[in-house]
Design a protein around this ligand. Structure first.
Ligand code: ZN
Length: 197
């Protein structure tokens, strides 16, 4: 069969951060595959070279370490070259990012996690398949508002209140957990809210 090369090609894959360890020994594989996942991705466009794009993926699993199995905090990155006849404002360009570049990086990260965790006493971790349409829907606002810094929510491991303003006196700098989407549990800080103009 003749292979037609896609208009996007991967030029690099790197692991930027990798903190992986066992929590107790969950023999039950079901509990491992059902660990809570906090997931985020970002597209970084090269300022000068219009055909270059980087994708950064952050995955945190079992972030508050409440469950047996694994604690995972990884960040992976990938660089792609996109055919120069596609402009950054084209629909096709966005499609290549969301449905080629991003899934490619997710798959590589899944393989990385599976390989590393296969050496642990607990059953290997296989990142669930992700509903890309839903993921994109959640992020579409951010994607269109490119250049706007994403909000990082922080909460003390022992606390209930989420902060996102670095100028809030209670903004945690140690022993905290992070969320890149609006937290659905706990409370949002009133001080941060006031500063948020
Ligand atoms: Zn606050």
């Amino acid at each position: 069969m003749y292979i037609k090369r896609a208009k996007i090609q991967q030029t690099q894959f790197v692991v930027l951060k990798s903190i992986i360890y066992n929590i107790d020994h969950a023999e039950d594989t079901k509990s491992v595959s059902e660990l809570p996942i906090d997931f985020d991705y970002e597209f970084l466009e090269h300022k000068e070279i219009k055909t270059k794009i980087r994708v950064i993926l952050s995955i945190r699993i079992n972030q508050d370490k409440a469950k047996d199995g694994y604690f995972i905090d990884v960040q992976t990155g990938s660089e792609y070259e996109i055919s120069e006849d596609i402009s950054r404002t084209d629909k096709e360009y966005q499609g290549l990012l969301l449905y080629s570049a991003l899934p490619c990086l997710i798959n590589q990260t899944r393989l990385f996690l599976k390989t590393v965790t296969s050496h642990f006493p607990t059953k290997e971790y296989i990142l669930p398949m992700i509903d890309m349409l839903d993921l994109v829907k959640q992020k579409v606002g951010n994607f269109e508002a490119k250049g706007i810094k994403k909000r990082e929510y922080r909460k003390l491991k022992t606390g209930k209140t989420w902060h996102w303003r670095k100028d809030c006196s209670r903004y945690p700098h140690a022993n905290y957990i992070t969320s890149f989407s609006k937290p659905t549990t706990g409370k949002l800080c009133k001080v941060c809210e006031l500063k948020n103009i």
